[in-house]
Design a protein around this ligand. Structure first.
Ligand SMILES: NC(=O)c1ccc[n+]([C@@H]2O[C@H](COP(=O)([O-])OP(=O)(O)OC[C@H]3O[C@@H](n4cnc5c(N)ncnc54)[C@H](OP(=O)(O)O)[C@@H]3O)[C@@H](O)[C@H]2O)c1
Length: 300
């Protein structure tokens, strides 16, 4: 049982109750998500603060570092509170230039699940997302073999729940025809709203939508409308961006990333912001014009 005063309340992923305000651990690794953090103790402090604030949903991947964020999570938080759910993803690895080559053949996926179990210090992974697509985003391709492999690992008891990431609507549907999913994790924020229809469909079906890059990722969201609303409300654009996502749909779960305890506290404190119909209308016109928010770096 999770009762929370965190913004947005809670959501249930299968049989796991999580706070809608979660934490994304990717930014804890070194530059461009490679290698260790500059401040090891600082990274541990962020993770411990997230849990102390009441966050029960941490998003990670063994590709972050690689292995760095999972090992930080284990060092900071193991043994885990019963209420804490660490969500990971498989389907990409890292090359020596920091790229994210796909690794979705059955052997790679099985190895990745076992690596996640070992690095997180777990016997069962609560939720594993199959990471699809590439640097340009979701790409059409069958997910049958890869998702079927994860469904086998689920049947073997190594995974509780499944999701997909960086996926097209067709891939979401194909995955659901193979095994139930509890979430879709795609890029989405105030300025990147190509998944609007998918979010509404998933909401109707009781499936969570977890936007990655909720604050713009490697390049922060920038928009005059966002700044104007933030100034009027006496807060920051980041706070408005998070509050807007919570308003957008009840199935949206937040996993903003930060390597800073101060930013984490600020994000939690401010995301409860009430947005009026006028604020929402003003924010609703924001669309990505190709100059801000998008990253040239392959999403993690
Ligand atoms: N499925 C996928 O393919 C995929 C891809 C990318 C990411 N993800 C997941 O999504 C999570 C979120 O994405 P993300 O962390 O890359 O991007 P994000 O949450 O959109 O933005 C993180 C950036 O915002 C900054 N930030 C956070 N709070 C701030 C504040 N209050 N004031 C100023 N700056 C602030 C952080 O800098 P500071 O460190 O300085 O606070 C960091 O640079 C990741 O952690 C990861 O778990 C998944």
């Amino acid at each position: 049982m999770v009762s929370t005063s965190l913004p947005g309340g809670t959501w249930t992923l299968g049989d796991l109750t999580v706070t809608r305000f979660g934490y994304g651990a990717m930014q804890l690794a070194g530059p461009w998500v490679m290698g260790p953090p500059a401040d090891h103790q600082g990274a541990l402090a962020v993770l411990r603060e997230a849990v102390d604030l009441g966050i029960t949903h941490i998003d990670t991947a063994d590709a972050y570092g690689p292995h760095v964020t999972n090992r930080l999570i284990r060092e900071a938080l193991h043994p885990y509170r019963d209420t804490l759910h660490v969500v990971t993803k498989v389907g990409a690895t890292r090359d020596d230039r920091g790229g994210w080559p796909p690794a979705r053949d059955p052997a790679s996926l099985r190895r990745a699940v076992h690596d996640n179990l070992e690095n997180l210090g777990l016997d069962v992974l609560d939720l594993v997302n199959l990471r699809l697509g590439d640097a340009d985003g979701p790409q059409p391709a069958s997910v049958a073999e890869a998702f079927g492999t994860l469904a086998d690992l689920q049947r073997q008891g190594l995974i509780r729940h499944l999701g997909v990431s960086n996926a097209t609507a067709e891939q979401v549907a194909e995955a659901r025809s193979i095994a139930p999913i509890v979430c879709v994790q795609n890029m989405y924020n105030l300025a990147h709203r190509h998944d609007d229809d998918l979010i509404d469909k998933l909401a109707a079906d009781g499936i969570a939508y977890v936007p990655f890059f909720p604050l713009g990722g490697f390049s922060p969201l920038q928009s005059s409308a966002l700044s104007a609303v933030a100034a009027r409300l006496g807060t920051t654009p980041m706070s408005v961006a998070l509050a807007w996502l919570l308003h957008r749909s009840p199935n949206i779960l937040l996993i903003p990333g930060t390597s800073s305890v101060a930013h984490l506290r600020e994000n939690v404190a401010n995301a409860a912001l009430a947005l009026s119909p006028a604020d929402l209308a003003e924010l609703g016109v924001i669309r990505w014009a190709g100059s801000a928010g998008e990253s040239t770096v392959d999403p993690g």
